[in-house]
Design a protein around this ligand. Structure first.
Ligand code: FCB
Length: 464
């Protein structure tokens, strides 16, 4: 189905709602991450990160693509902020590159790295855009990986030092702080399956990475609070509602296992101070790295929780020889994105409501810190350069509406950040998937706002 929306039409959602249906102080923004957009990997004293190393290792990314140039945002930041201001967002979620701030991951601070983020924050604030700062979006300084990375406990303490350094410099201007982006991806794809940096294939032995990233969140939260009392601090988890293929007991057990592994292992330590029972996880996990007191640190109160949602996951009982207690079933009855993910807007409503049911008053105010979609967009040069992306318009209209439904059902949602502002480097997938509402012409670094940008501007203006 293609959207009938064209510029000039009302900026309504799929259910007819407008911006006025949401709280006045709702944060409407876009999101990016440092390694995916900045380029300039050696500028101003930056040290290497695990993503510099990984993307330069043959065979690790599509076509050997790297983030060396990406969107050249490090040098084009002022014009990108202008484009955001013209869109009318009141917030922007970005991440700070740890190895720009501490090139070796610990010790010496590089003031020019901090200067860049200070210029960004000031440019945003001048235009009435609230910065939402993520401290860690997967680009660990390589020097720390050389010492064991997230498998070693010390990395969590180094993260807290770094968090304090950034908060000291920017805490007077940045209100919203997100410690870690998607600990599940850091651990699962970085250390269990090896498809992301640093590329370790440890399977179930990757649990120390999970635990130390969560410990880093707890220690980092305290460090940010110490440097900037009054900050709103939280963590972003990527949640995928898990659906059993049938109502058989075997498929139900498979769903319990994957839900425990990919969702509850991250939410429960932060909100309840415990890991899910091993009977639910159903894989051999050695939790010896969890020391007394760690879970109290991880569960220290937070002011908000970020939820990234892309799609649900359907599972069934595993077949013969499968080492996992579940098997993922492709959801081919739904529209497929360029990532091969099913488009299921109702899953966003369901996952938000589910968190409220599971955690009740322990669930802090929620922000949808990422949601968006990759479709194969085409740049058309005549009569003027433009990109029509009606399927992305429909996607956003339906997912914003799903958040409205979750709010109606009693979930305290305070913000929504579209992934992504610009087409960018999609990690191991390279530059093919285009998630932006602004098209990046990588040959020239031209930015061409897509039809979805025009729709979002109209929605934000409240056109009805
Ligand atoms: C999320 C990541 C983000 C981007 C989107 C598509 O898991 O946080 O950087 O890659 O997926």
């Amino acid at each position: 189905m293609s959207s009938a929306w064209t510029p000039g039409d009302p900026g309504t959602l799929s259910d007819g709602r407008t911006r006025a249906a949401f709280r006045d102080d709702f944060l409407w923004g876009t999101a990016t991450a440092a390694y995916q957009i900045e380029g300039s990997p050696d500028a101003d004293g930056k040290g290497p990160s695990i993503w510099d190393t990984f993307s330069h290792t043959p065979g690790k990314t599509a076509n050997g693509e790297t983030g060396d140039v990406a969107c050249d945002h490090y040098r084009r930041m002022p014009e990108d902020v202008e484009l955001m201001a013209a869109l009318g967002v009141n917030a922007y979620r970005f991440s700070v590159s740890w190895s720009r701030v501490q090139p070796a991951g610990s010790g010496a601070v590089e003031p020019r790295g901090l200067d860049f983020y200070e210029r960004l924050v000031d440019a945003l604030l001048e235009r009435g855009i609230a910065p939402a700062l993520t401290l860690y979006h997967w680009d660990l300084p390589q020097a720390l990986e050389d010492e064991g990375g997230w498998l070693v406990r010390d990395t969590a303490y180094r993260f807290a030092d770094y968090a304090g350094i950034v908060a000291e410099r920017l805490g007077d201007r940045v209100h919203t702080w997100i410690t870690i982006n998607e600990a599940v991806v850091v651990s699962t794809f970085g250390y269990a399956l090896g498809t992301n940096a640093p590329g370790k294939l440890l399977l179930f032995d990757s649990f120390p990475a999970t635990h130390h990233v969560l410990l880093a969140h707890g220690l980092g939260t305290a460090a940010v609070r110490a440097a900037t009392p009054g900050a709103s601090v939280g963590i972003t988890h990527n949640l995928s509602p898990v659906l059993p293929l049938t109502d058989s007991a075997e498929d139900a057990a498979a769903a319990v296992s994957l839900d425990a592994i990919q969702n509850r292992t991250y939410m429960e330590p932060c909100l309840l101070g415990s890991y899910p029972a091993l009977e639910d996880v159903r894989v051999p996990v050695d939790r010896a790295c969890v020391l007394d007191g760690d879970l109290d640190v991880i569960a220290a109160p937070i002011d908000m929780i970020g939820i990234n949602y892309y799609n649900p996951t359907t599972v069934k009982a595993p077949g013969e020889g499968n080492p996992f207690p579940f098997e993922i079933v492709p959801m081919l009855d739904f529209e497929q994105t360029d990532m091969g993910w099913p488009v299921v807007p109702g899953g966003l409503r369901d996952v938000l409501v589910q968190q409220k049911v599971l955690y009740g008053d322990a669930l802090p105010p929620v922000m949808v810190t990422e949601n968006g979609v990759a479709f194969p967009d085409t740049l058309v040069e005549q009569p003027t350069p433009h990109v029509d992306d009606p399927r992305r318009v429909d996607f956003l209209r339906a997912h914003f509406a799903a958040v409205g439904e979750a709010i109606d059902a009693g979930v305290d949602v305070r913000g929504f950040f579209v992934w992504s502002f610009l087409d960018n480097f999609e990690w191991a997938e390279g530059y093919r998937p285009r998630f932006g509402i602004v098209y990046t012409d990588y040959d020239t670094q031209r930015r061409i706002p897509k039809q979805s940008y025009a729709w979002l501007r109209s929605f934000l203006r409240g056109d009805a």
